[in-house]
Design a protein around this ligand. Structure first.
Ligand SMILES: CC(C)(COP(=O)(O)OP(=O)(O)OC[C@H]1O[C@@H](n2cnc3c(N)ncnc32)[C@H](O)[C@@H]1OP(=O)(O)O)[C@@H](O)C(=O)NCCC(=O)NCCS
Length: 168
């Protein structure tokens, strides 16, 4: 999984908005984050999904336990999502997000939140998180912090990712 995310995020043109420069594979915090999430108490095995072509993993998405403060309402934090560079643009990322949302809903999860490109996640039903009563823990995230509610009562609170995100 680490090598997949290293390759995927090294291609991310949003890595350095100032220059548009891509990152070296050795400088990809998302790869380390995935490793740490898989070892953390927030890890949920049914919400770590892969796309596989023969023996090779070509896409991976993960959602982990997150919380809304101050009531400590359980929600999910989605990410990282990565698709192998040579397979990007073929629909794998979108399908992985749909699949993850379906599993989350089947597991009774009401709200999924994420930090990402609004133009990408809008197509899977995400909206600015504040529309749903979810306040980003960092105001600088602005409209890039999005949420989606599929079930359950309305929620309200300030979002807290799993601990490994604080170290990224
Ligand atoms: C972002 C990513 C997961 C998308 O997966 P994918 O399988 O390539 O995407 P899909 O084929 O499902 O969708 C392609 C569409 O998403 C758009 N898209 C891809 N990356 C995007 C981004 N960062 N921001 C906005 N739109 C994006 C493409 O322009 C394309 O649009 P179109 O359908 O209108 O032509 C993949 O490109 C990737 O791994 N990128 C590097 C890692 C990354 O940035 N991950 C986090 C995203 S917040």
């Amino acid at each position: 999984m680490r090598s997949l995310h290293r390759a995927a995020f090294a291609t991310d043109p949003a890595a350095d908005p100032a220059t548009g420069a891509v990152r070296a594979e050795s400088d990809v915090p998302e790869a380390r984050l995935v490793d740490e999430l898989r070892e953390d108490v927030a890890f949920l095995p049914h919400l770590s999904l892969v796309a596989v072509d023969r023996d090779e993993v070509v896409g991976h998405v993960i959602a982990t336990r997150a919380w809304l403060e101050p009531l400590r309402t359980p929600v999910l934090g989605l990410g990282p999502l990565g698709v192998r560079p040579d397979r990007q643009g073929g629909g794998i990322g979108t399908v992985l997000v749909h699949a993850l949302l379906a599993v989350a809903e089947a597991a009774g999860e009401g709200v999924v939140a994420l930090l990402g490109a609004p133009s990408y996640y809008r197509r899977t039903g995400f909206r600015p998180s504040t529309d749903l009563g979810v306040t980003p823990s960092d105001p600088a995230w602005g409209k890039h912090f999005q949420a989606r509610r599929s079930a359950g009562p309305p929620v309200e609170g300030t979002f807290r990712y799993a601990a490994p995100f604080d170290r990224t």
